[in-house]
Design a protein around this ligand. Structure first.
Ligand SMILES: Nc1ncnc2c1ncn2[C@@H]1O[C@H](COP(=O)(O)OP(=O)(O)OP(=O)(O)O)[C@@H](O)[C@H]1O
Length: 840
């Protein structure tokens, strides 16, 4: 602002508060201004008037002084008056100017604040709109992105299909122009190319005949590098899709192999253009995929691999070999792999490698390539959408010249080089021939070159060959050789190309597959053992079922026996009752036996039906038996012999006889008392019985008398059980009272543990066929005794539970024997008592 622009200055009171403002730097200018104006109105306007009235001259001076001080302070402080023009204003003009500026500043500030507010509003609106757009467009964007991804995949697929249809191995033929030297020498062109037919080529042979060759594309002398690369591009792009690619130039020396592959600075070759295209395409696809490029450069010279990117110092120390790595592909461990991020870096690397390459002068080419030069570009890609990773190689090969050694007239080192070159080219031809004839063995290892290119010459890669030819008539022979070779290569039918995966990924997948295989094995093993266990379980289940059935059968059998025992017990209880009744109404002894009439005559009451009838019959028989015994005794017969007689006396009649005693006093009275019975028995037997009784009486508690007959000799149980043997001593078996006949005993013994039907046993005993069979009375006695024995042995419902083994239904032997002995004693006592009574 200029000094002249300032408005007319009016005398104002000094800014007393300005000094304070200087101190309070943090206060805004507006506040300072307001404060200044306030002070001006309060003190500088009112008070001075009053002061002026009182002492005008003194006040004026003081005020001037004060004003000058303030102005000086303001001038000194650059923050308050930054403008040098304002600083130049002196006196009251300065304060007016400041006031004017302050007002203007405030206006501007207000305006500025308004603008800021408007901008804020606009910004909010923008934000709102943006959010709205995002909300609306986000799904659309996602859909479009998805569609784009799908379209890309489809493009890749179609693109690949197109390449496959064109052929995974493609052969282009390129003919260079005649060089000036050749023209000067008068050589003519032997190549005829029809511009309308870019796949056919005719060679004019020396006899003026024409030979036709067909290739995927023919480039004439006029076709430039760009045209060549335009046809190469589709195969180059396949690398980005994850396919292995090999591009090589084949031909005799000086036909333009290096020119096609490397080119010159003005005419870049396939190598440069291919890498340029890779970088360009990777940038295009950067939203979908991320790529990483690295480049290696090597040469095969005299069947040795040389790293062209390594330092010269390292060259000799290194011995590079082709080796198969984990993923099954070929690699050269120790080969320099330079990461590249731009085409400039690539060009630098290519130049470095080219400088290190082995060249030599031949008469065919001044700087002839004496080795195969290979550039390997490794592309690692990661699909950002699907996360899929892949690694692929692109080989760019400039082969050494294929001319015959004789033609170029070399010798010494050059000759050796040529031999190695031809050998490796021959190996390349063999590999291609083997591929063409679908030979199962492909001789990749016959040369370093084919071994290196193994992964890129098989059926799962895309190969492009440039067959470089010279148009000169001087090179006709070599040209025909090259064209024949190229035709052979073109005949190779490859299978569909396969996408190359990242080795790390492949390794991971292999590991997973291996793990899966192991788990499957483990699962199969477990399944087998499970089946085995199931079989075992099934067989055990069968065994268990069989056992359960057996247990059920056994239980049923047991229940049957128990029922029978209960029946017998009831029967016995009836008999006991009858016995007691008989004992109650016992009569005095009858007359002597000789004076007694037959029992049937004196009986005034018929026995009850069933058992009673038997009892009666039995009584008679017993009488007979007693008589027989007496008769035997009287006649002095050996009483130890007849076993049946002893039984008749000692056992059966007692119980069965008692119920009818009341009706047949005479016959009952003839029963021998204890002493008589003892007399009737052999002494040894008497001792045994009395001893047994005494022992049982002494040792065992009183029991029911029902079982007292169990151990009487002659009964099956008594003879067979160990109890009997114990009671009757070791001679029991030989005693006439001790045991039944041996055959019966054997039969009992075999049946004792599982007592079969009592009827059967009885039938056995009383069988007529049995020489020792009993008479009817004996049978009745035996039946009764055996019933009782069986009840005792088998058990009855009244048996204590502890007498049985739990769950097995097998009786415990010891309590059973004790009970038997106890019952024996009791029975004997009852017998004796009843007999005494009856005698009395
Ligand atoms: N298509 C072309 N257009 C123009 N000049 C070419 C063409 N092809 C080759 N030449 C020239 O021919 C000469 C020999 O080419 P180049 O060195 O590439 O042959 P080469 O096959 O690589 O030989 P060598 O096998 O001995 O290395 C070079 O000077 C090159 O510029």
């Amino acid at each position: 602002m200029g000094e002249e622009a300032l408005p007319a200055m009016s005398p104002v009171r000094p800014f007393e508060a300005a000094q304070k403002t200087v101190e309070e730097n943090s206060k805004p200018l507006q506040e300072v201004q307001d404060q200044t104006l306030e002070n001006h109105s309060d003190s500088s306007v009112d008070r001075p008037d009053q002061d002026r009235e009182t002492n005008p001259s003194t006040d004026s001076k003081e005020m001037e002084q004060e004003l000058s001080n303030i102005i000086q302070t303001l001038k000194d402080d650059d923050r308050l008056i930054p403008s040098p023009i304002l600083k130049g204003i002196s006196g009251p003009d300065l304060s007016s100017a400041l006031q004017f500026l302050g007002t203007k500043y405030n206006g501007l500030m207000k305006k500025h604040q308004g603008q800021i507010e408007e901008l804020e509003k606009l910004r909010d609106n923008c934000e709102m709109l943006r959010n709205k757009c995002l909300e609306e467009c986000e799904p659309k964007y996602e859909t479009l992105k998805k569609k784009y991804t799908e379209e890309c995949a489809e493009r890749k697929r179609l693109y690949n299909e197109m390449i496959v249809l064109k052929g995974n191995i493609r052969v282009f033929c390129r003919c260079r122009p005649l060089s000036l030297e050749e023209i000067s020498k008068g050589y003519s062109s032997v190549i005829e190319i029809d511009p309308s037919q870019d796949t056919e080529l005719q060679i004019i042979c020396s006899d003026y005949s024409k030979k036709q060759f067909k290739f995927d594309h023919i480039f004439g002398p006029k076709d430039d590098q760009e045209a060549v690369f335009a046809e190469t591009l589709p195969i180059v792009k396949s690398v980005l899709d994850g396919y292995n690619v090999c591009i090589f130039a084949y031909g005799q020396t000086g036909t333009g192999k290096t020119f096609t592959m490397e080119g010159t600075t003005e005419n870049r070759g396939v190598n440069y253009r291919a890498l340029e295209e890779l970088f360009r395409s990777s940038k295009e696809r950067s939203s979908l995929s991320r790529y990483q490029f690295s480049v290696s450069m090597l040469e095969v010279y005299n069947e040795k691999i040389r790293d062209l990117l390594a330092d010269n110092a390292d060259q000799h120390a290194k011995k590079l070999e082709t080796k198969q790595v984990a993923d099954g592909t070929q690699d050269v461990p120790g080969l320099v792999e330079a990461q590249i991020c731009s085409i400039d870096e690539v060009w630098e690397k290519l130049k470095t490698g080219a400088r290190n390459r082995s060249v030599g002068s031949t008469n065919a080419n001044e700087l002839s390539s004496r080795s195969h030069c290979l550039v390997r570009v490794t592309i690692k890609s990661e699909n950002l959408v699907s996360g899929q990773r892949s690694r692929s190689h692109m080989w760019l090969v400039d082969l050494a010249g294929s001319e015959r050694a004789a033609k170029i007239e070399v010798e010494g080192e050059r000759l050796k080089e040529s031999q190695f070159i031809n050998k490796s080219l021959s190996a390349l031809g063999d590999v291609i021939s083997a591929l063409a004839s679908k030979n199962p063995h492909i001789p990749y290892r016959n040369s370093k070159l084919t071994h290196l290119l193994q992964s890129s010459l098989g059926g799962d890669c895309k190969t492009l060959m440039f067959a470089q030819i010279s148009p000169s008539s001087a090179d006709l022979g070599e040209t025909l050789c090259s064209l024949n070779f190229a035709s052979r290569v073109r005949g190779v039918e490859h299978g569909p190309a396969r996408k190359q995966s990242d080795p790390a990924e492949s390794f991971k997948l292999k590991q997973m597959a291996e793990k899966l295989r192991q788990e499957e094995k483990e699962s199969a093993r477990l399944k087998e053992s499970l089946q085995l266990m199931q079989l075992k379980y099934a067989s055990r289940e069968n065994v268990f079922k069989t056992l359960q059935e057996k247990i059920r059968d056994t239980e049923q059998t047991c229940r049957n026996y128990q029922q029978k025992v209960r029946d017998l017990e009831n029967q016995l209880a009836d008999e006991r009752k009858a016995s007691r009744d008989a004992a109650k109404f016992s009569k005095p002894p009858l007359a002597p036996i000789k004076q007694r009439p037959p029992l049937s005559r004196i009986t005034n009451r018929l026995p009850p039906s069933g058992p009673r009838k038997n009892s009666t019959a039995m009584t008679v028989r017993v009488q007979d038996k007693e008589n027989v015994l007496s008769t035997c005794k009287a006649s002095g017969m050996d009483q130890t012999k007849p076993l049946n007689k002893a039984r008749r006396i000692s056992l059966a009649p007692v119980v069965r006889h008692i119920p009818v005693q009341t009706k047949r006093r005479a016959s009952i009275a003839t029963l021998p008392n204890e002493a008589e019975r003892h007399q009737a028995l052999p002494e040894a037997r008497q001792d045994q019985i009395s001893g047994t009784i005494q022992a049982s009486q002494l040792r065992l508690p009183r029991r029911r008398s029902v079982a007292a007959f169990t151990l009487f000799p002659g009964t099956p149980q008594a003879a067979a059980t160990p109890e009997a043997k114990w009671k009757f001593g070791g001679t029991a078996s030989s005693s006439k009272y001790a045991s039944p006949p041996p055959h019966v005993q054997a039969l009992w013994k075999s049946k004792i543990p599982t007592i079969c039907s009592p009827r059967q046993r009885l039938r056995l005993i009383s069988s007529p066929a049995n020489p020792g069979s009993l008479n009817s009375a004996q049978q009745a006695v035996s039946k009764l005794c055996f019933s009782v024995q069986k009840r005792v042995v088998v058990g009855s419902p009244a048996q204590p539970k502890h007498a049985m083994l739990p769950g097995s239904f097998i009786f415990h032997q010891a309590p059973r024997e004790k009970e038997i002995v106890g019952r024996l004693g009791t029975a004997q006592r009852v017998l004796c008592k009843n007999r005494r009574k009856s005698v009395i």
